[in-house]
Design a binder for this molecule. Structure first.
Ligand code: PMT
Length: 400
């Protein structure tokens, strides 16, 4: 279902005070050539490198370069409301810090806080600055909010040194924007909740019980939901994965933390997909410090964790759709069928695990079980493709 838009999609381009600001001229003209409408905002320090007139000519629109200018015909709120995407290129350490901490004292940070569209930033600065923990922490904060970072490249920097800090290529920045805006909108307006990864159940301060889930399946599902235009909330156990661009991530460790995070979001989720490998049990007692080796046998008493999927399913409204997973080492379909009924989900994704299957792999072979009794066995596919197939089925269920 495509949208035939008569008016071109509008991209807001924020330019901040980096020597790479001149590259924004090529970016704006490239976006115009790609058929987008462009409005440009400049920070005061950007004005030291480029002029509003250049961008007014290139964009054919008024440039927003003063917060309290009398002559600005439209407010920053209206400018932000029109945007389909907000690109800040180049993005200085100063802008990144202000954006991460909600400071809005120039046209670009003001627009950042006023926008509710996808945000893409392309950092550019000296390599030592880029690698500074303060800058890295600010970038992580923005990524957790779903901001997409077009990483700087290795190369010769304005200060004469070389390293990772050069603004990404104009082509890469424009193609990132195009990919995001050309994404499908079949799930536009929908909120999708995905859980991913393992949980860690503490034994003592240095040991825990967990499993081999890498999070790849859940992260692929979250990325696919975003590509289809959904607002995505990812609740992730500990993984080594970068958050999927554009997705809101809540990090948890234990099953109880995952349950709380799910309950906080579930009520507003149109679609919930429980791909996480939630520990069924946790130690009754968490030992303080490090459990000393007193004798050669230690007995751990375990207590059952709440079944989050079952609990959410019991709260599910008619308009909500829930997808569960079943990880089995044998009798896949029989066990999965039991879970489908027991957990009362709309769709169950069954997969064999163990012997190197499922957990941690880039590929998976799943069978989809539907609440109306249908089964659909998929071939061995990359987990991104599995995610695509699952959403194709979800969209079919939604369209019925
Ligand atoms: O992360 P990867 O490395 O990509 O591996 C993917 C995967 C193997 C983890 C994934 O495909 C998968 O099978 N996830 C579910 C693992 C699991 O916990 O399955 P289960 O059969 O034990 O649980 C059934 C369902 O109940 C699951 O949706 C699970 O999220 C949920 N559950 C389980 C226990 C619990 N206490 N609460 C739950 O909500």
């Amino acid at each position: 279902m495509g949208t035939t838009c008569s008016t071109p999609q509008e991209i807001l381009v924020g330019v901040t005070g980096s020597i790479a600001a001149y590259k924004a001229i090529e970016i704006v003209s490239g976006l115009k050539k790609s058929g987008f409408a462009v409005t440009v905002a400049l920070t005061p320090s950007a004005l030291k490198f480029v002029t509003p007139l250049t961008f007014e000519i290139l964009s054919g629109k008024e440039v927003y370069s003063e917060v309290f200018a009398e002559k600005t015909k439209v407010s920053h709120i209206e400018i932000a409301a029109r945007a389909s995407l907000f690109l800040v290129a180049p993005a200085t350490a100063n802008f990144i810090a202000k954006a991460a901490h909600g400071i809005a004292d120039d046209p670009v940070t003001l627009l950042y806080l006023s926008s509710n569209c996808p945000v893409v930033i392309a950092p550019a600065m000296n390599e030592r600055m880029f690698n500074h923990p303060a800058v890295q922490e600010n970038l992580e904060t923005l990524m957790r909010r779903g901001v997409i970072i077009v990483s700087p490249e290795e190369g010769r920097l304005a200060c004469g040194s070389t390293g990772k800090g050069r603004l990404a290529s104009v082509e890469k920045i424009i193609s990132t924007v195009e990919k995001l805006l050309k994404k499908r909108s079949t799930l536009k307006g929908k909120t999708v909740l995905v859980t991913a990864g393992p949980t860690q159940e503490k034994i003592d301060e240095i040991r825990y019980i967990s499993n081999y889930s890498s999070g790849k399946t859940g992260y692929a599902l979250a990325a696919e939901a975003f590509k289809r235009g959904a607002q995505v909330e990812l609740i992730s156990g500990p993984t080594n994965l970068e958050p999927p661009p554009g997705v809101n991530v809540t990090y948890v460790k234990t099953a109880l933390e995952m349950r709380k995070a799910c309950l906080d979001i579930f009520f507003r989720a149109d679609i919930t997909i429980m791909a996480a490998a939630v520990a069924d049990y946790r130690p009754v007692k968490k030992f303080d410090g490090k459990l000393k080796k007193s004798h050669n046998l230690i007995t751990l008493e375990l207590v059952e964790n709440p079944d989050i999927l079952k609990e959410l399913s019991s709260k599910k409204k008619k308009t909500q759709l829930i997808v569960g997973f079943a990880a089995e080492t044998s009798n896949l379909l029989e066990n999965a069928q039991v879970k489908l009924q027991e957990k009362k989900v709309d769709l169950l994704v069954a997969n064999l695990v163990g012997d190197g299957k499922g957990f941690g792999q880039d590929f998976n072979q799943v069978t989809l079980l539907f609440s109306d009794g249908r089964k659909h066995k998929l071939p061995l596919l990359p987990k991104e493709k599995v995610a695509e197939k699952i959403f194709d089925q979800i969209e079919k269920i939604l369209s019925n």
